[in-house]
Design a protein around this ligand. Sequence first.
Ligand code: ATP
Ligand code: MG
Length: 706
Amino acid sequence: MNVCRTTGLTVEQQERWPFLYSHLSSEIEIPSLNDMDEQFIIEMDKEISRILKHVGDGKAKSRESLTRHLKGLLQRRFQRNAKVEAFGSSVTGLSLGTGDLDLCLSFKKEQPKKVLRKVAGLLREEGMMDIQQIPRAKIPIVKFNDSRSGLDVDISIENRLAIHNSKMLKGYAQDKRVREFILMIKYWASRRGINTAYEGTLSSYAWTLMSIQHLQMTNPPVAPNRQSGNKPNLVEINGESYDISNDSSPFESENKQSLASLLITFFDRFATRWDWNEMVVSIRNGGPLNAEKKRWTHTGPLPLEVVTGQSKNRMEHVMPIEDPFDHEHDLSRIVKAEGAMTIQEEFMRALHLLSEGKSWKEICTPVMEIDEEPEDFFHDLRTQNIDLLRQSLDEMKTEVTQVEEHIQSLVTERQNSKELLDLLRGTLQETRNVKSNRQSILAELRPLSMKVQELRQTRDGINDRIAIPTKRIRQEMVRMFDSLTAEVDVFNTQNLGKEKGDFSYFFELQAMYKASIESNEAHQEFIRLRREQNKEYKALKKTNSKEEDVLNRLIEKNPELKGINLHPKTVKEFQQNANKLQKSINIQYSKKHELRREIGRIEAWIRIAASKGKQRPKRDSKPRTARRQAPAVNINEVRERASTGGSFSLNELDALLSKGGISGIESKEKASTSNQSDRRKAGRKKSTYRVDPRQGRKRGKKQSRK
Ligand code: ATP
Ligand code: MG
């Protein structure tokens, strides 16, 4: 295997992290971003403002309606004990439109047991896809995808701190420049694939905190410290106390730097100047904290040592980022060695590309294929015949009607299935009452029967031994007693042997009498218990007929129950059927949305084409009434307006699109950017400091940084 002797990285790894590798394997000077050309920054700003027009929460409406739907669902399930709140980018205003929907489920009273499983079950019933439970995390989460809107959703349980920190982030994001800056960092991180916490890179949240930290550290600061100088506002969550004080008042910055210039300094700061071994990102401090003082210095191997297999030990505080409210929480805890390498690679890459005058778009080239709107919205329709387009439009409209009918029938079927399900559940509940009644009778009957059995044995056992009735024994006892206690006739005394025999007979009678009484008592108790037993049997019989009555009554009212086996298993089957139907409904809804969208697009194109008279629709051979000629379009003027975000007519839109569209504008701009980049490259000074990527740092050989 071809392994680099200096770094230990395999060829595959060298190709995966080329910028980082080149710095780790040889002493290359890193480019400085101190002398960026002013014109380059102006062009980059223009480019950013164009991108910002496209990013944003295009799915805000879907998020809102899904949030409403889920709130209703969860509150119905947990009888209003549940509280559902949105947090994360859908409330902070920091959504690129590609992120997930974060919801927090908390309880006003007691939290139900096995809540995660219940929520997952409910979501299954709703036909949600890819449901995943993470019960053992500090904050338990259910993740899923709503196929109708395509949104990924995280429902976390009792994630109250996140609600508070989202509130604070919203405060930071109220400033346009801060918001746009964070959006651009999130945009870069997301397109370069380094914002996925569960894959071992940093979360969007962590990137947001790093962005804020940078803006707090510019001179003068662009963002304030919203946690300084506030009176403590302590909340207790799971027995821990947190200060969630946060000043949300507007902040007027004296710093006039543009977004592009702030981005450049961000990369400069975090790619080269930030010493992760000594500095902890801390927005509540307004600047880095000393890692040693915080006891957050890096322990364990370096990421390079892990990826090259030199160590398997755990890394701690690899890129320490403090949570603003939970000060013990390091957001880099989840960063894996490969993730840390990739993040550093991306910093180095951004630094190099910026120094080479590459565009922001190129810096943010997606690492994975993503569905992007083509810049020419009608690109595939331009060459098509309008009549054929009309024809497919009609077909699509028919298909929409069919899909709608299909949805309707599925909805009705599901409704029926659900009604029957409710009915079954109700029936089982009613018969369950009768059944539980029977259970309790049986529970009483069992010991009763045992006692009856016992008494019978006692009685019969005695009777087998003593055949004489009690009354006779008693009479005999009295007679013997009288004889034994009568006055003694001294002239006619019994002999001693006879007297001894009488006494022993008397004692025998006494014992027999006692046993006979016992047998009588056992018999009495036996009779009493038998009566009781009979009563219980009668009650038991009654419950049987009552169950039949309940069933007959229910079947009479709901004939659809006839023939259905009333068993919990049947309920489960009905439930599964309803879930399947819901999934099909969701799929049909997505199909309908897609069709509608496509219909809208084709209709818009037909309108444009018709208004231009370019591809005059050939409906029939009838002579056409003359169309009003579209006004001539000054393409340069339209381009100018497009680049500054102005509005334009359909006619102008088409002219713009057919002349290369927005990309046309861009290519013009690119030309000027690359000229300027060449200019800058030619005149760029070499940096006087060298990169010291922490991944490649050799222990004990750390170079000091500026
Ligand atoms: P996106 O638009 O990409 O979804 P986001 O701004 O919603 O980004 P997420 O990473 O989804 O950011 O996090 C959502 C919220 O969850 C954050 O605003 C924060 O309140 C909370 N959060 C996320 N990760 C953590 C974490 N590791 N520790 C504490 N809170 C977190
Ligand atoms: Mg989110």
